[in-house]
Design a protein around this ligand. Sequence first.
Ligand code: KIV
Ligand code: NA
Length: 266
Amino acid sequence: RKPLTLHRLREMHAAGEKIAMLTCYDSSFARLLDDAGVDCLLVGDSLGMVLQGQSSTLPVTLEEVAYHTRAVARGNRSAWLIADLPFGSYQESKEQALRSSVELMRAGAQMVKLEGGGWTAEAVDFLVQRGIPVCAHLGLTPQSVHAFGGYRVQGRDESGAAVLKRHAAELADAGAAMLVLELVPSALAEEVSASNPGLMTIGIGAGPVCAGQVLVLHDMLNVTRGKLPRFVRNFMADASSIDEAVRAYVRDVKNGRFPDPQLHTY
Ligand code: KIV
Ligand code: NA
């Protein structure tokens, strides 16, 4: 297939085709996911938990994300490659956000992702003006886990929902092209998606009415041990290979069978 571009992703979104995203941290999986038709690969700072065994994403450094981005970029041929700006690599100033983004773009990223709303709009605008596509991330933003007091659903009450809606509109205004919505009620994700048609919303525990979906690779492949969030589906359950599981994920995101409004949403 032809390499995905931001232009192509926008066309898909406008045509109502869902965007299938998975996290990816190495070259072998990059090749496999790309061949299986995954649209976007995210080098998430979840690598801290998934690969390093940390209990949160906070210890992950910019150099570590850059290292994994280089590996993914070597294996990838056509998927759109997004890399996470880790904790502490963009919070200080928009200039710091630019310096860190440059590292990730040099490593092979085509878009950077950063967490939070409000103060981030200025940084997003600064990056977008300088030619760096940005994916924002609202709802449960894991770099703020200690401020949230755990991994819980966000925007459940009216004031929380209002703040999230305002932040999404500001990020869209600042030029963010994508927005990950994590652990928010489906109705709220639906409203944010509808009010910001230019923003491609990517849900994770945010219901089916988003422009696309993302899961942590090791979660959907049933590699992760322990209790998983309700929004995860084990795609290995009905698959005889990893390739088949990933293809089933892409198919079910595209045809709207994942996530299931009953099982995987709030
Ligand atoms: O780091 C990560 O894996 C993420 C996704 C779950 C959205 O940010
Ligand atoms: Na992340």
